[in-house]
Ligand binder design. Structure first.
Ligand SMILES: NC(=O)c1ccc[n+]([C@@H]2O[C@H](COP(=O)([O-])OP(=O)(O)OC[C@H]3O[C@@H](n4cnc5c(N)ncnc54)[C@H](O)[C@@H]3O)[C@@H](O)[C@H]2O)c1
Length: 257
């Protein structure tokens, strides 16, 4: 019960890693704001938390809008009493050669994945003024290494790591720790959507190549990333600040020749 009585916001909590993290925070006693664009998935997360005996509420937000993030954080503080932890987790992927990508899609990925993170951190810092807290931002191994046809996504994920590093300088004196988590390949609806154009054979081939490039020879679970986020947000990580923690089964460590 590391988060008993704490107020926690998880963005992108209608699905995948965000849902697992929201459930994990609630299971450890937090009041959780499930913030997402998707009300159906968001209410499903709230129902799952309630069924497990936890406390959560859904608030709609498009993180690409600073005004909406500001309003969502204000409403979350109003019902939770205070904000102790922000897990800013929304991300959208887009696999396409850069030369074929529309300017609108480039702006959308930058707006959701990078500006969205910055808005969430800004309003969380304001809400934590005078009391401190912890901010955890979801980056990716793609912020550290290159993979084909996702340069814009990779730019946002590397940007999150740079943002975390520099934001730590102004957040630290306010008693707010800021860290990023870099998941490897995780079994979520995002992964399923990325594979939707592949036939069954191609899908198995893709999954096999992911497992083969990972010393643990398996894809990660959302719960494994949730556990990393909870650790970073907890007092156990009280001296971890301004850094990015990789949770990828050794994918980045294993450089193949
Ligand atoms: N799944 C992976 O393999 C993997 C690997 C590395 C990093 N990540 C990162 O983890 C995070 C979560 O990924 P996931 O796999 O759980 O994805 P997911 O697609 O399962 O969930 C993403 C959630 O974000 C919400 N969302 C999308 N755009 C939004 C917006 N503008 N405003 C508010 N909510 C919005 C969606 O409705 C959805 O509920 C992302 O930042 C992703 O880049 C995922």
């Amino acid at each position: 019960m590391r988060f008993a009585g704490k107020g926690v916001i998880v963005t992108g909590a209608a699905s995948g890693i965000g849902r697992a993290t929201a459930r994990a925070f609630a299971a450890e006693g937090a009041r959780v704001t499930v913030a997402d664009l998707d009300p159906v998935g968001g209410e499903e997360t709230v129902a799952q938390i309630a069924a497990a005996g936890g406390t959560a509420r859904f608030l709609p937000v498009d993180v690409a809008s600073g005004a909406q993030v500001g309003e969502m954080v204000a409403q979350a503080v109003a019902w939770m009493g205070a904000l102790d932890v922000m897990h800013s987790n929304v991300g959208i992927d887009h696999y396409q050669p850069l030369v074929e990508m529309s300017d609108a899609d480039i702006q959308r990925v930058l707006g959701v994945n990078l500006a969205g993170m910055i808005f969430c951190a800004k309003y969380a810092l304001r809400a934590m003024e005078g009391r401190g807290g912890a901010i955890v931002l979801t980056s990716s191994v793609q912020g550290l290494i290159g993979l084909p046809h996702c340069a814009v996504y990779a730019a946002t994920k590397a940007g999150i790591i740079g943002f975390t590093r520099t934001l730590s300088i102004e957040a630290g004196p306010r008693g707010v720790r800021v860290n990023a988590v870099c998941p490897g390949t995780i079994d979520t609806p995002m992964l399923a959507a990325a594979m939707k154009d592949l036939n069954l054979e191609g899908r198995e081939q893709f999954l096999e190549s992911v497992r083969g490039g990972n010393p643990l020879h398996r894809i990660g679970t959302p719960e494994e990333i949730a556990a990393t986020v909870l650790f970073l947000a907890s007092d156990q990580a009280s001296y971890i600040h301004g850094t990015a923690v990789v949770a990828d089964g050794g994918y980045v460590a294993w450089k193949k020749f």
